[in-house]
Design a protein. Structure first.
Length: 376
């Protein structure tokens, strides 16, 4: 997801042989441990059974890493992002069908990752949903994702038209608006293989010879270099890639697991804490606060879809999360200006630290939701 930064390049060149070779076991009887370094991804089990699997991912490397569980077609079944050096993060993922999945560590948050197969056997284990709450959560969140896609296509079309017309001022005004709808649902875009890097790759994460497309390439053209000979082609590619994303989420086959909804909520907050809070996301335009708010909005929508489950299983947690969201919304409101926000380079370091503390407090509560939804 990112960020998210889920960027494509370096790890693709890392041979799978770098994966540490240790004795493997089955994951049926407990959590699966994952030990990641800058050059290896050591997983304590290479087989499991259908149902819910819990991975405890420890980063012993020097780079921030990510961990993914992929199904066929690089569809992410679950991910945990922005795992800093020395940290351990938990991923709970539903693997209800027997299949060969792939596990991937992404040191530096780039590339296709250091991968290995994870073979799941057993009968289909669709989640028990006697009162229909899980299905309702999935349906509600899917409707939200699709509504954001409609707005994303519309605002991006306006943005691209302004770029191609050479109307720089209008394009600058539309840039953070279009990104709002993408940032609210970015974890779902990250589910579709290389799509997120094509849409959202930052210049700092480019590898030698790698094509740079997407929002941030156009951001630099608008704010720094001026319109380039290939700017129109990059804008057209953005339209094409977003249309592809729309096709994926509007397909009848598009499904969402409730456990992953909780993961999306967490991932969106992690994006703020690990890149947007520093100002490195929108480094040319300084429109980071638009992205910041969009990530919060998306996380709130994910939690709202799960709220009936939380209210039934852990109402105290539901209340703490609601209180933390309200606290963060109040903090963000002080930076509003008209229909948008002040530019992030005007936000002082103490103010950034205050926002960081609030996002960390919220994230600590949201991190507990996956376990509640999974019934563990």
């Amino acid at each position: 997801m990112r960020r998210s930064i889920l960027l494509l390049a370096t790890a693709a060149a890392l041979p799978l042989a770098l994966t540490a070779c240790t004795e493997k076991s089955t994951a049926a009887d407990g959590d699966i441990t994952v030990t990641a370094t800058d050059t290896s991804c050591d997983v304590s089990a290479e087989t499991g059974t259908t149902g819910t699997s819990t991975f405890q991912v420890t980063n012993n490397g020097s780079k921030i890493t990510e961990f993914y569980v992929f199904a066929d077609g690089d569809r992410a079944m679950g991910e945990v992002e922005n795992i800093g050096p020395g940290l351990t993060r938990q991923l709970i993922v539903s693997l209800p069908e027997a299949a060969t999945y792939q596990l991937a560590c992404k040191p530096g948050m780039v590339g296709t990752g250091i991968r290995q197969d994870f073979v799941v056997t057993g009968d289909s284990q669709a989640a028990t949903d006697e009162n229909g709450q899980l299905a309702e959560a999935a349906d509600g969140y899917r409707r939200y994702i699709r509504s954001q896609i409609v707005a994303l296509e519309d605002t991006t079309a306006q943005f691209v038209a302004a770029v191609k017309a050479g109307n720089v001022d209008q394009a600058k005004a539309l840039f953070p608006q279009a990104r709002t709808y993408y940032e609210r649902i970015e974890p779902e875009a990250e589910s579709f293989g290389e799509l997120d890097p094509k849409l959202d790759l930052r210049e700092a994460d480019l590898e030698p010879g790698q094509a740079w497309t997407g929002f941030h390439r156009l951001e630099k053209d608008l704010w720094v270099t001026g319109i380039q000979p290939d700017t129109t082609a990059v804008a057209d590619q953005l339209t094409e890639d977003i249309a592809y994303l729309a096709d994926q989420v509007n397909a009848d086959s598009y499904t969402i697991d409730p456990t992953k909804i909780a993961g999306d909520a967490q991932g969106l907050l992690d994006e703020i804490a690990n890149s947007k809070i520093t100002g490195e996301e929108d480094i040319f335009s300084h429109t980071d606060l638009w992205d910041f708010q969009a990530n919060v909005d998306g996380s709130q929508a994910a939690i709202a879809a799960l709220n009936p489950i939380l209210q039934e299983r852990d109402p105290d947690l539901a209340k703490r999360i609601a209180d933390r969201f309200a606290d963060l919304d109040t903090a963000l409101a002080q930076f509003r200006q008209g229909d948008g926000f002040v530019f992030y380079d005007t936000v002082t370091e103490p103010q950034r630290q205050d926002l960081s503390r609030k996002i960390d407090a919220l994230s600590a509560e949201v991190s507990k939701v996956q376990e509640v939804v999974a019934g563990q």
